[in-house]
Design a binder for this molecule. Sequence first.
Ligand SMILES: Nc1ncnc2c1ncn2[C@@H]1O[C@H](COP(=O)(O)OP(=O)(O)OP(=O)(O)O)[C@@H](O)[C@H]1O
Ligand SMILES: [Mg+2]
Length: 335
Amino acid sequence: MSNPSIISVSNLQKHFKVYKHHRGTLGALRNLFTRVATVVRAVDGISFSIRTGELVGYIGPNGAGKSTTLKILTGLLVPSGGKVNIDGRVPWQARRAHVAHIGAVFGQRTTLWWDLPVIESLDLLQYIYQIPPSTFQHNLDEFRELLELEPFLNTPVRSLSLGQRMRADICAALMHNPPLLFLDEPTIGLDVVAKERIRQFILHINRERNTTVILTTHDLSDVEKLCERVMIIDHGKLLFDGQLDTLRTRFGGKRELVVDMAEVYADVTIDGATVVEQQDARVTYQFERDTITASELIGKLSTRYRIRDLMVREPDIENTIRRIYEERLLENVSI
Ligand SMILES: Nc1ncnc2c1ncn2[C@@H]1O[C@H](COP(=O)(O)OP(=O)(O)OP(=O)(O)O)[C@@H](O)[C@H]1O
Ligand SMILES: [Mg+2]
């Protein structure tokens, strides 16, 4: 593709030393003299690049290393090894310049001032980032409407509901027009309506402003609705990097064809598919996409039986990803 890379990450590593603590009074004394360290490889040799305008899902089970990666990319953490280049900058070396050109939302905690009303937090950001008044006003007008901020613009951040706080945080992250947005669990704890509103907003920003977005989430509907490309990490390693469709095709397991026959047939077996359920005139077949296509199967069936209706069921993405987590099906598969 023609877009240049805005992010390039090569063999990124972050190791944390974790000290084992002895318990009790004697233990506390021992802690003073002997500290046994173990090393957690939170990020263990990850490489990828992201082009301008991409919207990428960065997913993985708890403790996989997602937040650690995002903290390095936003300049909050210094890695133990590897290279990162974001729009010509090394995040942890050029922190000031870097934060001026990115937006970041960490869903678990706010970046706004706890005791200030939302609008005053935004005013402070205008001052800190030296946002020109016209840009500030333009963005405020746009975000106020899209994120429905009006009812709580004058409420102190500490009094906001979780959904309101998230909207305020996302607004704050974008006031200075960053070309790059990092979202660490932007929909965590939100109800379905609030999630949908945030998804629509992320899509809008990505499409209208060509903002590059990386987001982590545990809600796979976020990924299905927003991201063409998905990266799956576990134990600090990249297990998959590619299109969501590819993931489904290559690792999705069997597809199903549910057929409503016009009458009940005694023998409904057919080459290339397995009958997994038969209830009156409704027959469910399972088939592998490598063996037969849905249309071939339907063609075969329709020459033998009279068909009233049919439906193809794709394996759902949630199960596919769970299988990958559980079975570690992949090792560094890049597409
Ligand atoms: N400051 C730290 N000190 C020691 N260990 C840490 C530190 N930060 C993270 N870790 C460890 O690094 C690993 C990766 O953590 P990280 O927060 O990146 O996971 P995550 O993928 O964001 O998980 P979650 O989905 O639960 O948010 C975990 O084992 C965690 O305990
Ligand atoms: Mg996390």
